[in-house]
Design a protein around this ligand. Structure first.
Ligand code: SF4
Length: 301
């Protein structure tokens, strides 16, 4: 179903741009949006004055606020749970950091997965359980900010799935994976909750300079909040055209047995890799090569 207005917003406050956007105006527009949640990310070594300003402005808004902060900034982030932030997540880079969080009062941790660190996921999951951490977020890559797309082969995903299954985290830890292929690795047999790519439909992402994207992983600028009102970006022709492109399946996926479920995977990665929405997700590992692995007969992990 297509929504008239997104319900999930992501706002990366840092790295701080120059010039700074008009936080007062943006907060006012977000407060009046029909969004339900706003995920704020500030990964500086201390919380920026701008993040504190945004939280203060939105603390009485209808938005459900989440904040992801660096490990070093937790002492500043956690008190915000008394002033409007519903959940605080610690951004972590390695399993060893988890020992610090047992009684810290965080709601969970966030682990930005890449090709260089994906093998840590089983130890991160085990560490969360050992330290009484309730939630693990595996957030979307920030392709709009220079992250590399996470592209694992089918074999790598199967090996990772086996190691994660061995940890037996069900009922002990909630793991959220926003990447459709990573979701299947973590939750094999459970359909990806979002179904078709939700970029620009249920979600929008705001970059530090006010640029608005359909998703943190989709490098297609819909507008900038410095010059265009939020409601006008939501109702824009460019956003409607982008959604139409997402809803039409990439031609390369036409004969894929998994297409009804997968629908082209993460369309932001396809756009990033080939510059067109008619490209499949390079994280698929089927449409993009790995010929020695052939075409499996079950939905690729
Ligand atoms: S080819 Fe890959 S991306 Fe396309 S539908 Fe099949 S599994 Fe998904």
């Amino acid at each position: 179903m297509e929504l008239r207005s997104p319900i999930r917003l992501y706002w990366d406050i840092t790295p701080l741009p120059c010039p700074l956007p008009d936080y007062e105006r943006i907060c006012s527009e977000l407060s009046d949006s029909r969004a339900l949640t706003l995920h704020i990310t500030d990964l500086g070594t201390g919380l920026s004055a701008e993040t504190l300003d945004v939280v203060a402005r939105l603390s009485r808004s209808p938005l459900f606020l989440f904040l992801t902060a660096s490990h070093a900034a937790l002492a500043e982030a956690l008190p915000l749970k008394h002033s409007g932030v519903k959940k605080v997540y610690a951004d972590i880079r390695a399993p060893e950091e988890l020992a610090d969080f047992g009684s810290a009062g965080i709601n969970g941790v966030s682990f930005r997965t890449s090709r260089s660190n994906f093998l840590m996921i089983p130890d991160i999951i085990a560490g969360c359980i050992d330290n009484g951490i309730a939630e693990l977020q595996l957030p979307m890559e920030r392709l709009v900010s220079g992250d590399d797309p996470l592209c694992l082969s089918v074999g790598e995903r199967e090996a990772l799935a086996g190691k994660i299954a061995a940890v037996r985290f069900a009922g002990k830890l909630t793991v959220t994976a926003n990447d459709p292929f990573l979701w299947r690795v973590v939750h094999p047999g459970t359909p990806f909750p979002d179904g078709v790519c939700q970029a620009g439909n249920t979600m929008l992402a705001i970059a530090p300079n006010g640029d608005v994207y359909p998703c943190p992983a989709m490098p297609a600028i819909l507008g900038n909040l410095q010059v265009t009102a939020y409601r006008d970006i939501v109702a824009s022709r460019i956003k409607k055209e982008l959604r139409a492109g997402i809803l039409s399946r990439p031609a390369v996926c036409a004969d894929c047995f998994a297409a009804d479920d997968c629908r082209g995977g993460c369309r932001g990665r396809g756009l990033f890799a080939q510059g067109t929405l008619d490209a499949s997700d390079p994280g698929c590992g089927i449409s993009t090569g790995a010929p020695s692995e052939g075409m499996p007969d079950t939905l690729p992990l």
